[in-house]
Write a protein of this length. Structure first.
Length: 122
């Protein structure tokens, strides 16, 4: 899809739909966790920390539906399921890395701004 400067409303709607999926913290963290290799469900949960099993399942299912993640179930006992990024998922990686780096570089400044703002609002 290309950007149509004459149809801002359509562009905003398309962006909104995509950002609803990839813009939440769990999706970003899952994509980051899968950046190098296929990973099992419990390992994703362990690496992320703080995500419930239900939320992880839901987010993985949504990412799979959107073509960002693929799920592979192996017919073994006990069953083994791995998740990995698709080609589309890997193409998202540079944007996430940019956001990650920006967050790390600016976290202290953001915290200082929050403290200043909160002090003025008391």
């Amino acid at each position: 899809m290309s950007v149509d400067n004459n149809n801002v409303s359509t562009n905003c709607q398309a962006m909104g739909e995509v950002l609803n999926r990839i813009g939440d913290k769990w999706s970003i963290m899952i994509v980051g966790t899968l950046r190098n290799e296929a990973v099992r469900f419990n390992e994703i949960q362990r690496q992320i920390g703080g995500i419930s099993q239900r939320m992880l399942s839901r987010t993985l299912r949504n990412l799979e539906r959107d073509g960002i993640v693929t799920r592979t179930a192996y017919p073994e006992v006990p069953p083994r399921v791995e998740y990995e990024l698709t080609k589309l998922g890997h193409s998202l990686q540079p944007a996430i890395e940019g956001l990650w780096n920006w967050s790390l570089s600016n976290f202290n400044e953001i915290e200082a701004a929050r403290m200043k703002y909160d002090a003025l609002k008391k």
